[in-house]
Design a protein around this ligand. Sequence first.
Ligand SMILES: Cc1cc2nc3c(=O)[nH]c(=O)nc-3n(C[C@H](O)[C@H](O)[C@H](O)COP(=O)(O)O)c2cc1C
Length: 358
Amino acid sequence: MTHKNLFSPLTFTRGPSHKNRLFLAPLTNKQSNFDGTIADDEYNWLVGRAQSGYGLTMTCAAHVQACGQGFDGQLGCFGDQHLTGLTKLAAALKRAGSISSLQLHHAGMRSIDNVGDRVGASDDAETKTRALTIPEIHQLINDFTSAAQRAEQAGFDGVEIHGAHGYILSQFLSPTINQRTDEWGGSLDNRARIIFYILDKIRKTCRPDFQIGLRLSPERFGLRLAEIRTVAQQAMDTGQLDYLDMSLWDVFKQPEEKEFKGQTLMSYFTNLNRGECRLGVAGKIMSAQDAADCLTNGADYVLIGRAGILNKNFPQDIKADPNYTSPPTPVTEEFLHNQGLSKTFATMMRDFNGFVTD
Ligand SMILES: Cc1cc2nc3c(=O)[nH]c(=O)nc-3n(C[C@H](O)[C@H](O)[C@H](O)COP(=O)(O)O)c2cc1C
């Protein structure tokens, strides 16, 4: 695969083709209103990035229940009050020529204070989390599905189920966090069940060409690479998933678990039997060459996070120059403003070590 392949269409068995292999990664930016309705800064950020040429533009994590809010200023999709803003956003992303996806999220035990009851897979004294009851698990599945239906109604091309990064679905997956003794805990099948129920219900409820993605991460939060690999394979085998998005934080790294060292973390997913499901990878893709290398190494598409924050024209620039590489960090907040980040977003980027200079 060469650099040119990055700009060849990505086709699916369901829904529209994407014009290239670049997704804007889901990027929390805290720019929305306190009630989860979208604010201008978030709208402008996403539409601007869509205009720069991503085949697919993913929203930040959007919470499917009020109590699942993980960040101040988070975009919400838990009620019909969010529909007007989401509809305006979906229409603008379409006008920009980008496929759109709303990322569906619930922070679980990582929810912020002031959301009321903090709920998760299991009780956790440290975070004052209460285990969901079985009826509440079914409600959560329904609320992921309602949020997907809302995205569909708003005009999005699809949704991505956020099963990564230690949020509620990955809390269920985690053998250390999930201490349940009912059918939602214990064996891997039990721990993964909630993800498959959500996938199945969205697939059955939304229109046939609605594109459904799933994001998984294979490390931290007690997650085991072998188990996440099994879940990834099972998700691809359902035939219900259009794309799997592997959040690796560094696409060139080796696994943390000793027994898996000797090959890249990415390779454990590219060598699965993906059938018609497309496979994407995210993590430190900072240059045209990095992106092309991911395709050479077997990914179908790449997700661009920080390189897309640092450059408002990343897709165009890597298309024009196969030697393009991101500017060095740290950068100033002013630099980020010039790349289309509001004060809130630029300040938030200080949370990422070495990204913004003091
Ligand atoms: C500012 C910021 C916000 C993020 N927000 C989300 C999010 O809302 N949902 C998610 O799944 N991942 C989120 N991530 C992870 C990114 O999608 C991506 O996987 C990660 O940053 C690695 O890619 P990169 O090295 O290209 O940034 C975020 C990362 C950053 C830097």
